[in-house]
Design a protein around this ligand. Structure first.
Ligand code: GLN
Length: 248
C-alpha cells in the first residue's frame, strides 16, 4: 500500500482563509484511493526533519505572523527547507508561505523581513491590497478534458517578482496574481509549487491536488504510474461555478 507523509509547517500561525483545506484535500484524495496519508503539524520550537515527509505545506499569514516565525524559520528550519527544495521535495506554499520561500519581503510600511532564499523570488509591499476571487490557467494541467483553469481567492499587499530560473505557476485570466503587472500567478521551481490562492486552493481544483500527489508518489515509489480516477462531481461543480462567476 502506498503511503504519503505530509507536513503542515506552522499550522497555528500560517493558516489564512481556510488554507488548512489543502491538507484535508490531499489527505482525503489519497484515502479515497486507498493511499495512506499521515499529517504532522510542525511549528515554532518543533524539530523539523524534512526527509521524514513527502509533501511539505506552508499556508498564508499576514505580515505580523510572518515576522513572528522569522527567527524559528531562518535559524531552526531554514537549512532543512533549502536542502529539501534542492533535493526535489514536493512543496505547496500559499501567499505568506510563498513569500517566505523567497529572499525578502519589504512591507508596504518599509520594514524589510529577510526570508529563506530557497527560491529566487522577492516581494515588495504596496499600499493597495490585491483582493478578490481570481482565475488563472496552468499549461501543465491542460489535457483533452480540462482547460487548466484554477480558481481561488487572493488577498495580499505583497507584489512578488520571479528570478529567471523560477517559472510562473500560471497565467492570469482574471485578477491580480503575483504583482498585478506582468499577468502571471504563482511560481514553480523544481517540485515547489507556490500560489497566492487561498480559498482554499486544492478542494475546488482537484487536478492540481492530484498533480501534487502524483509527483510525491513518483518521487517515493519507482513502480507508481498514475492515480486512479475518483468521482469529482462536487469538486468540479464548485470549480466550474466559481470560474463562471469570476470570468462572467
Ligand atoms: N502578508 C502578506 C501580504 O499581505 C501575505 C498575506 C496573506 O498570506 N494573505 O502580502
Amino acid at each position: 500500500m502506498y503511503e504519503l507523509n505530509i507536513c503542515h509547517l506552522y499550522p497555528d500561525l500560517l493558516n489564512l482563509y481556510g488554507d488548512r483545506g489543502n491538507i484535508i484535500a490531499l489527505k482525503m484524495r489519497c484515502k479515497w484511493r486507498g493511499i495512506n496519508a499521515n499529517v504532522s503539524d510542525i511549528s515554532i520550537g518543533d524539530k523539523f526533519d524534512a526527509e521524514a515527509y513527502d509533501i511539505i505545506f506552508l499556508g498564508g499569514g499576514q505580515d505580523y505572523e510572518q515576522e513572528m516565525i522569522q527567527n524559528d524559520l531562518l535559524n531552526e528550519k531554514g537549512e532543512e527547507i533549502r536542502n529539501a527544495v534542492k533535493n526535489d521535495k514536493v512543496f505547496l506554499a500559499i501567499c505568506g508561505g510563498y513569500q517566505l520561500l523567497g529572499s525578502y519581503y519589504k512591507t508596504w510600511d518599509g520594514k524589510e523581513i529577510h526570508f529563506l532564499n530557497a527560491l529566487n523570488l522577492w516581494t515588495v509591499g504596496g499600499k493597495e491590497r490585491m483582493i478578490g476571487n481570481f482565475v488563472f490557467e496552468c499549461d501543465f494541467l491542460k489535457n483533452d478534458n480540462y482547460d487548466g483553469k484554477i480558481v481561488g481567492f487572493e488577498n495580499h499587499s505583497g507584489r512578488t517578482y520571479l528570478g529567471p530560473e523560477v517559472k510562473p505557476l500560471g497565467k492570469i485570466v482574471k485578477g491580480y496574481g503575483n504583482n498585478g503587472e506582468d499577468g502571471f500567478e504563482g511560481a514553480i521551481y523544481k517540485n515547489v509549487y507556490c500560489s497566492y490562492s487561498h480559498g482554499s486552493l486544492l478542494p475546488k481544483n482537484p487536478a492540481l491536488a492530484d498533480h501534487l500527489i502524483s509527483i510525491a508518489l513518483k518521487q517515493k515509489y519507482k513502480d507508481f504510474e498514475s492515480l486512479s480516477s475518483i468521482d469529482d462531481e462536487f469538486e468540479n461543480l464548485a470549480h466550474d461555478t466559481m470560474v463562471k462567476r469570476i470570468t462572467g
